[in-house]
Write a protein that binds this ligand. Structure first.
Ligand code: FES
Length: 352
């Protein structure tokens, strides 16, 4: 492609790395030529990619991560939610602790499913009543969905919260448009109702994109400790001298490049991954607490509480079990660990 001498003033510009012939959106060092965005899209499609569109969506989401203007609202809402939903009880249910995974992503399928079905029915003659019922069910299902979402949002990092606020605003916009659609259909303005539904679905899709950015790019909702037992080599490993462990206090020890938190209570030693499953907080800086089934460790960042014997979640926001290790003390007084097998309980551990 030949570089242009100068694009028309009305063109919106993007960059094109000339040597590689691939649109990457203007951050690449080296020789770039300037082409119109529409032309870049044309060549991206010709190459069988949609790199420009994907890159611009991703950059828009990344810009939100640094939107400091949202911080005031985020702090006020966080304070409010933490007062309304203290740790335990309903907060645990909304996080998904009893289910072992976050409930908000699962619940989002309800309004999206109802509303998508209603919009499809709009193209089927004689389905007006069905479409109205589906919109109403979708609106009703936003109540638990939003409640679970706000509970999770209140225990996120600030960058995640900024994206989460716009994600929530998109959801609110979608709900408003579908409520208006239902109202319009109720007063006989079906055509207006259909248009409002399509607008609502577009807003829900934008919110869904940000939700996936939160979950997959920013790691909200995934376990941040999962790789530990996966990476830990098989077999028993010497860790440290048992005599060097303080009684009743959590300490951090390294197993190669993996960080573990060790808790000694009398002759009993427990070991968990040190990186909290919720968002990676340092568990060795947390406090020990009595809990159901034995001692627990409370994460210093957002208060997730794990049973030290097996890493079970006692309180959220974490929903994934904290990876636990079997521990034994050798005749020479050396603490040895190996990854705990699934479902290996405290009783079995004590027999060893
Ligand atoms: S990092 Fe959030 S509770 Fe541990």
């Amino acid at each position: 492609m030949r570089p242009r001498a100068g694009p028309p003033a009305t063109w919106r510009l993007t960059t094109w790395p000339a040597r590689h012939g691939q649109v990457v959106g203007g951050r690449t060092a080296g020789t770039n030529i300037r082409v119109s965005r529409s032309r870049a899209r044309f060549f991206a499609r010709r190459d069988g990619t949609s790199a420009v569109a994907a890159d611009s969506r991703m950059r828009a989401a990344e810009r939100l991560e640094h939107a400091h203007a949202l911080d005031g609202a985020a702090s006020t809402l966080t304070g409010l939610l933490r007062r309304v939903l203290p740790s335990g009880g309903w907060a645990d249910v909304l996080h998904g602790v009893p289910f072992g995974q976050p409930v908000h992503p699962a619940l989002t399928g309800l309004p999206l499913g109802f509303w998508t079905s209603a919009t499809v029915l709009d193209f089927v003659p004689g389905s007006e009543r069905g479409a109205r019922a589906l919109i109403a069910f979708g609106l009703a299902s936003t109540v638990p969905t939003a409640a679970a979402g706000w509970a999770d949002w209140s225990a996120l990092h600030r960058e995640q919260q900024r994206v989460g606020l716009v994600h929530a605003a998109s959801g609110a916009c979608a709900s408003t448009l579908f409520a208006a659609s239902l109202l319009a259909r109720g007063t006989g303005r079906n055509a207006a109702g259909r248009v409002l539904s399509i607008g609502g679905l577009a807003a829900a899709a934008a919110g869904g994109y940000l939700g996936r950015h939160l979950a997959y790019s920013l790691g909200a909702g995934t376990s941040h400790a999962e790789p530990v037992t996966h990476l830990a080599p098989l077999g028993w490993h010497d860790l440290c001298a048992a005599a060097g462990l303080p009684d009743g206090r959590a300490v951090r020890r390294q197993l190669g490049y993996l960080a573990l938190v060790l808790i000694r209570e009398g002759a009993e030693v427990s070991a968990l991954a040190d990186q909290c499953a919720h968002l990676g907080g340092p568990l060795h800086q947390g406090r020990l607490d009595a809990g159901p089934g034995g001692s627990c460790i409370v994460c210093p960042w957002h208060g997730s509480t794990f049973r030290v014997a097996d890493g079970a979640v006692v309180h959220g926001p974490a929903t994934a079990r904290q990876p636990a290790f079997e521990v034994r003390v050798s005749d020479s007084g050396m603490v040895q660990v190996r990854p705990r097998k699934p479902r290996q309980g405290h009783a079995e551990r004590s027999r060893q």
